[in-house]
Design a protein around this ligand. Sequence first.
Ligand code: DGL
Length: 268
Amino acid sequence: MNSAPIGIFDSGIGGLTIAHALKKTLPNENIIYFGDTKHLPYGEKSSKVIQTFCEEITKFLISKECKAIVIACNSASSVGYNTVKKIANKIPVFNAVEPIIENLHNKVNNNTIGVIGTKATIQSKIYKQKITEKCPSAKVCELATPLLAPMIEEGFINEDICQIVIKNYLSNEKLNSIDYLVLACTHYPLIFEEIKNYYNDKNVCIVDSARIIANYIAKELKKRLLLNDQKKAKYYFYVSNYTNSFEKSANFFFREDIKLEEVQLTNL
Ligand code: DGL
């Protein structure tokens, strides 16, 4: 059981930022990654359709005998967590939202917290709801930033256009006077430095989601005595639609060369 893999899924290859952080934090763990490249972007889809995708992917990860399921995608975490939990039954399920809320809970007080993510994530208001529950004195300001994910996927990072798009979004009056900025999307850890540079010496703390999520999962698996003590971890990367360009981006998101394998899920 402890040597069973951790199943991670995302709408595409963005969740590889979380898989990479997890690999660094828990180098002994076997990982099965599934990227639903056939249906991305989830950020533009309705809750209902995202839940259907989550259902099929969870069944796939269960068929691979995963000991835990990680919803790396923020859009899927926001609207599909209960769907995944129901199907996973006793298998622990981790989403991308809870670890951030726990992290903020330990540090915020009367602060203003900005949240950026896809339309699906922001429209779900999940961050506002969860942060307000845990930290009632905090103020939460959310902004959908849908251009960021495709821009990052296309590799426009060290370019002027990246700075222009970041400035355009982050100068929005909704995000005026924030103390924290939550990067509520799989892709955003890759522009952490650019966002930090935008704020420059203003006192805004940028919440580095991938690292926080990986640490949270490590802590929870340890608590449940589910960690793998055998060395030599194996990694499998599946996608619902294979293209060379996805593989190229996957290498960039995972920060090492990986091979993607296409798998067709029955009802997807
Ligand atoms: N993985 C998605 C998320 O974190 C971003 C890409 C998409 O919209 O599918 O919300």
